[in-house]
Design a protein around this ligand. Structure first.
Ligand code: ATP
Ligand code: MG
Length: 540
């Protein structure tokens, strides 16, 4: 989509193709033009020699606004954002106060109307200029021009505005035009790992494992919805009342979930799991105090020796991160097939096939599930299958794969401890609809899964591998487990940090011999409870 499309779409809600060039000062909402009408156009960018006028442009012919969403009653009731002297036009993205609650807005925050008017004028002029055949204007030029236009407008109004306020306003305009509005600031902050938008004026963020309410807000549901539309449409999907739940991805790979009314009662909600520029490594985890060197050594050997491992944990506990790290231990010469709902794994090996599920299309057809992909992966001659998360019937296929020559497979599962993990696996297998007796399921679990690596997010926001548990097998109709390493929390220090230590339980894994015969050097004393390590470290 061209820049003008984007700016104009935000301005009038028109579809991407409804783009019009118009000689200044014709407003940007003039009728569509064909892609090439054969007419000569000025070769220089119009804004390079544009006179400082334009606020007296005639009223544009506003296109019919899109049908309002039910939660947008406030939009209908909202006062026209443009100042009285301006020509009437459709509400634009820039006619917004998004970000006003941010610190640093200083005086601007106290002059919302002036601010809105300025943004509106700058936006209007930008649309006019972009409309003159400059679809491929580089972002730096737009950036520069926004700054110039703001100076121009501020000058015309005989206003004074401090340099920081001016810069701040330029930043907001740039985020509106080129990016994702108020979200940009949160996305740019590398300390923020998760953005949870409960509604347009309530955004929680996670920083260093701690969740806090952000001062950043959207101006309205309308503004939030425009940003959502932009994210979702960029990957060729749509979100509306008929499909109110969507998983999407940002350009940088960040995972996005959107849910809107009628399913979400207080307006659109969006959750973004930011994708770090660099995936966390095992060294990071050791440094953060999430795991000890001894545990790493053991897990590395288990993966190399083709044990089947399930990483278990609560939401956001770090399962995918740990899965990614465990996958990095797979030797280079093995063929890996990864299967995920939203591709998050970042494997460094070369011989990797990455598969991702697909939701149903608008007619409700074409859905491809994790289960479909697991079944397909078995025909792809994989040495290893890595499944991002088992949350349905695919658990049965995974167990069968683990039991039938695809050992060394890895997956994650949502459970609070190793015992829950096993029960949950059983429930998931039942979801496959195979009507297997529970004894048969438990036997499958007992023989398929070798290790459960339990991940937890503790009260102080740190994430730790709180247990590594061996699955011994099924006996007396129950799956037998034994802990090999555990994390014992003993208290909380005065700074609110969890105090505790990792410790081997002293039990030797029953597969120790298998590790040795596979060429892994795993000394027995690794499992002696002499290896106590304070589980305190810094978070990411
Ligand atoms: N050991 C760790 N120490 C600090 N931060 C971590 C650690 N592991 C993961 N994280 C961070 O925690 C966040 C959640 O991690 P991750 O996506 O791996 O969790 P998850 O359990 O897979 O989440 P979900 O249940 O949503 O799939 C990410 O921002 C990640 O960078
Ligand atoms: Mg995950």
């Amino acid at each position: 989509m061209s820049l003008l499309d984007r700016v104009q779409r935000k301005a009038d809600g028109s579809p991407a193709s409804a783009v019009t060039p118009a000689p200044a000062p014709t407003p940007a909402t003039a009728p569509n033009r064909p892609a090439d009408d054969g007419q000569d156009r000025p070769s220089a960018l119009p804004w390079q020699n544009r006179p400082a006028t334009g606020s007296t442009a005639p009223a544009p012919a506003a296109p019919a606004p899109p049908a309002p969403r039910p939660f947008e009653a406030e939009r209908a009731a909202a006062p026209a954002p443009a100042p009285a002297a301006d020509p009437p036009r459709q509400p634009s993205l820039l006619n917004r106060t998004g970000g006003l609650a941010r610190p640093g807005m200083g005086k601007i925050a106290g002059h919302v109307n002036t601010h809105v008017a300025l943004r509106s004028k700058v936006h209007q002029r930008l649309v006019e200029e972009l409309a003159q055949g400059t679809d491929s204007v580089p972002p730096e030029v737009v950036r520069q021009r926004i700054s110039e236009l703001l100076n121009e407008v501020v000058g015309e109004q005989n206003m004074t505005m401090s340099r920081p306020d001016r810069q701040r306003l330029v930043e907001i305009l740039i985020n509106d035009v080129l990016g994702l509005g108020p979200l940009e600031e949160l996305l740019a902050n590398e300390d923020i790992t998760e953005i949870m938008i409960n509604n347009y004026k309530q955004i929680y963020v996670e920083q260093h494992g701690k969740i806090t309410l952000s001062p950043v807000v959207f101006e309205s549901n309308d503004q939030l919805m425009q940003v959502i539309d932009r994210i979702v449409s960029s990957i060729g999907r749509r979100v509306d009342e008929s499909s109110p739940m969507v998983d999407a991805r940002l350009k940088d790979g960040s995972r996005v979930n959107v849910i809107i009314p009628p399913l979400s009662l207080r307006g659109p909600a969006m959750t973004i799991r930011k994708f770090g520029k660099e995936a966390l490594t095992i060294d990071d985890l050791v440094r953060f105090g999430s795991i000890t060197d001894e545990m790493v050594r053991f897990l590395r050997s288990c993966v190399r020796a083709r044990l089947n491992v399930v990483v278990s944990g609560g939401t956001g506990s770090g399962k995918t991160t740990t899965l990614n790290i465990l996958s990095s231990f797979i030797p280079e010469d093995e063929r890996i097939v990864t299967i995920e709902d939203a591709a998050e794994l970042q494997l460094r090996q070369d011989h990797v096939v990455t598969l991702e599920t697909r939701p149903a299309n608008v007619e409700g057809r074409g859905r491809v599930t994790i289960r479909d992909l697991v079944i397909n992966a078995l025909r792809m001659r994989p040495d290893r299958i890595v499944v991002g998360e088992c949350r349905g019937g695919e658990a049965l296929d995974m167990l069968q794969a683990m039991n039938t020559g695809h050992d060394g497979s890895l997956t994650t599962l949502h459970a609070n401890n190793a015992h829950d993990c096993v029960s949950r696996l059983e429930t998931l297998v039942l979801m496959a609809g195979a009507e297997l007796p529970s004894r048969a399921i438990r036997e499958q679990i007992g023989s398929a899964v070798d290790l459960v690596v339990q991940q937890s997010r503790l009260r102080d926001g740190t994430r730790k591998i709180v247990s590594i548990t061996e699955v011994l097998g099924c006996e007396d109709n129950s799956v037998k487990l034994q802990d090999l390493f555990t994390y014992k929390q003993v208290g909380i220090d005065e700074d609110g940090r969890v105090v505790g230590s990792f410790m081997p339980t002293g039990v030797l894994p029953s597969f120790l011999e298998h590790l040795t015969t596979s060429g892994e050097d795993v000394p027995e004393d690794l499992f002696q409870p002499i290896h106590v390590m304070e589980g305190v470290g810094s978070t990411a």
